[in-house]
Design a protein around this ligand. Structure first.
Ligand SMILES: [Mg+2]
Ligand SMILES: [Zn+2]
Length: 238
């Protein structure tokens, strides 16, 4: 291909049919008062996850987690989207502010292997508890996430690559602002509308796969001027 691209894709609510991170702590723990404290800026996103992991209200085991994951559907357009990326030799990376403990397992349960995932780390303890850590967390951004996805995106993408971003939530605001082509649904689409970030709205990943194929076959992808400026500013700040 004549130019380089890199696709970054959110996991919770974008690849998985539900927000698994949120629902896992609903199922085995308690979100409040920490969610409200995080929204109010009293605690950080990583403190919020730490609190919930430390104070689960029910023991969690691998078997219980698997049984819970079996109840959650995958977007049936995910495989077709991976196929479009592979057909055009475009690197595909999942970026999530959720946890490896369910992302890897969920993908495995759906027969998906070999996709790069950048996310937070969680482990189950022998006592039915959970510990969490944030191996990709960096300073330099104050968005409401434990791991700023923008920093992961800018760290991984080739400096000349067109960045394609797919997502649905608040943790996707930051990377979407720095992407050339944005596919958005849910809260991300609303935020893009409010902030005049051009984007392709979608409801299923099938839509993204189809639209992306058209874009890739039709023409050379042009950089989005505002995103280029934002990336330059972020690199200079680091
Ligand atoms: Mg999401
Ligand atoms: Zn950020």
């Amino acid at each position: 291909m004549l130019y380089q691209c890199h696709i970054f894709c959110d996991f919770d609510g974008t690849i998985s049919g539900h927000d698994i991170g949120w629902e896992m702590f609903q199922r085995f723990g308690e979100q409040e008062p920490w969610n409200a404290q995080m929204i109010a800026g009293i605690i950080s996103a990583s403190e919020y996850w730490q609190k919930m992991a430390q104070e689960l209200t029910q023991p969690i085991t691998q078997e219980l987690l698997d049984a819970f994951l079996q109840t959650i559907p995958i977007d049936s357009g995910f495989q077709p989207l991976l196929a479009v990326a592979s057909e055009h030799s475009i690197p595909f990376t999942i970026v999530s502010d959720g946890f490896d403990i369910y992302i890897h397992r969920f993908l495995e349960l759906h027969g998906i292997r070999g996709v790069d995932v950048f996310c937070n780390h969680a482990e189950l303890t022998a006592e039915g508890g959970m510990t969490v850590s944030f191996p990709h967390a960096t300073e330099g951004c104050d968005c409401l996430t434990a791991t700023c996805k923008r920093n992961v995106v800018l760290g991984l993408a080739h400096p000349d690559a067109r960045i394609i971003y797919v997502g649905d939530g608040i943790s996707d605001h930051c990377p979407a602002e720095h992407a050339d082509i944005v596919f958005a649904k849910g809260k991300l689409a609303a935020w893009c509308n409010a902030n005049r970030i051009p984007h392709y709205p979608f409801s299923r990943l099938e839509d993204v796969a189809q639209q992306l194929s058209k874009i890739l076959e039709r023409r050379r992808l042009r950089p989005r001027h505002q995103a280029v400026l934002q990336r330059k500013a972020a690199w200079e700040r680091e």
